[in-house]
Design a protein around this ligand. Structure first.
Ligand SMILES: NC(=O)c1ccc[n+]([C@@H]2O[C@H](COP(=O)([O-])OP(=O)(O)OC[C@H]3O[C@@H](n4cnc5c(N)ncnc54)[C@H](OP(=O)(O)O)[C@@H]3O)[C@@H](O)[C@H]2O)c1
Length: 285
């Protein structure tokens, strides 16, 4: 019988889809989360669930016991890699983990101040084998971070001008992740994962308008206007600053790179933005 695969961030955008994929492939899964009851509710009895918190080393032993391969997600709010991620990976290694599939960020090799860079460096230097899923901007940001502005104000409030984004569906990232966790040949590889086209937000708004059957307007605010609106809406200042900084690089054209890695690895085209909006449309109605 195949060894159990550990999935961290199992209630997140990508982790939940990795769990689904592995289960669909008949593989034994241990899903890890700060609130395991929530995972039990979501996935039923088809898998093991375990309490796991990067900030609480006492949760490491049960999570890593008997695991050889794991999916690693760095929680968005944990920026101190040395303090929270490295000790968990040290514990994983000591427990017998051999391969880590890490959800990283496209362009990371030129972005050394971002926490994912330190995680990648750790993994490259360690005896663990790794697969880096260097993903572009998730489509799922539109049904999470941007859900309410689309649903309640019928607008996209993003400060990127005509900058284009090669949006990727989290389900495609998860499909590649599940492949790297379940098949040989992905050890010590880094994959730049994007959708099949780069779109500006005027095109995104047009797709939303067409699928939802009501006009969705791209507002294109200034960076300061965006920052102010986020903070006023309850987003913490540090998170709002990071979002503004990320969108500033999109404005400069740095989110537009398109690769064919999803097609090559999965043997099919990436999910289009239109298909994503169709699949998630109830969220914005
Ligand atoms: N969004 C993008 O466009 C994009 C693009 C490329 C890469 N990324 C990277 O993708 C990662 C986020 O992935 P995602 O969107 O799948 O996640 P997500 O939906 O943001 O969910 C975050 C997950 O982390 C868990 N978590 C939070 N704090 C934790 C802790 N201390 N210990 C253990 N688990 C904890 C959360 O559980 P709780 O519910 O308990 O908090 C949740 O399951 C980040 O590293 C981000 O930088 C994002």
């Amino acid at each position: 019988m195949a060894a159990t695969i550990l999935v961290t961030g199992a209630s997140g955008n990508v982790g939940a889809e990795v769990v689904k994929r592995l289960l669909a492939g008949g593989l034994p899964v241990r899903a890890a989360d700060r609130k395991p009851a929530r995972l039990r509710e979501r996935f039923g009895d088809a898998l093991e669930v375990v309490e796991f918190d990067f900030m609480r080393p006492e949760t490491y032993t049960a999570a890593f016991a008997g695991i050889e391969r794991m999916f690693l997600m760095r929680p968005p709010q944990l920026t101190n890699v040395k303090k929270y991620i490295v000790p968990a990976l040290d514990a994983a290694r000591q427990a017998g983990v051999r391969h880590v599939v890490f959800l990283s960020l496209i362009g990371i090799e030129n972005n050394q101040q971002v926490p994912h860079y330190a995680v990648e460096q750790y993994l490259v230097a360690s005896p663990l084998s790794y697969t880096f899923l260097r993903a572009s901007f998730f489509m799922q940001n539109l049904n999470t971070t941007h859900r309410d502005e689309i649903r309640e104000r019928s607008e996209l409030y993003v400060p990127v001008g005509k900058g284009k984004t090669s949006f990727i569906d989290a389900r495609d990232i998860a499909a590649v992740g599940a492949l790297a966790l379940s098949q040989p040949g992905h050890e010590n590889k880094a994959y730049d994962l994007t959708g099949s086209e780069a779109l500006d937000y005027y095109a995104v708004a047009a797709i939303f308008s067409e699928v939802l059957g009501r006009p969705i307007t791209y507002r294109n605010p200034s960076a300061l206007g965006f920052l102010w609106r986020q903070v006023r809406g309850g987003v913490s200042l540090p998170f709002a600053v990071v979002m503004t900084w990320l969108y500033n690089s999109t404005r400069k054209g740095m989110a537009a790179q398109v690769t064919d890695e999803v097609q090559r690895l999965l043997g099919r085209a990436p999910i289009s933005l239109r298909q994503y909006v169709i699949d998630y449309q109830d969220v914005w109605r």
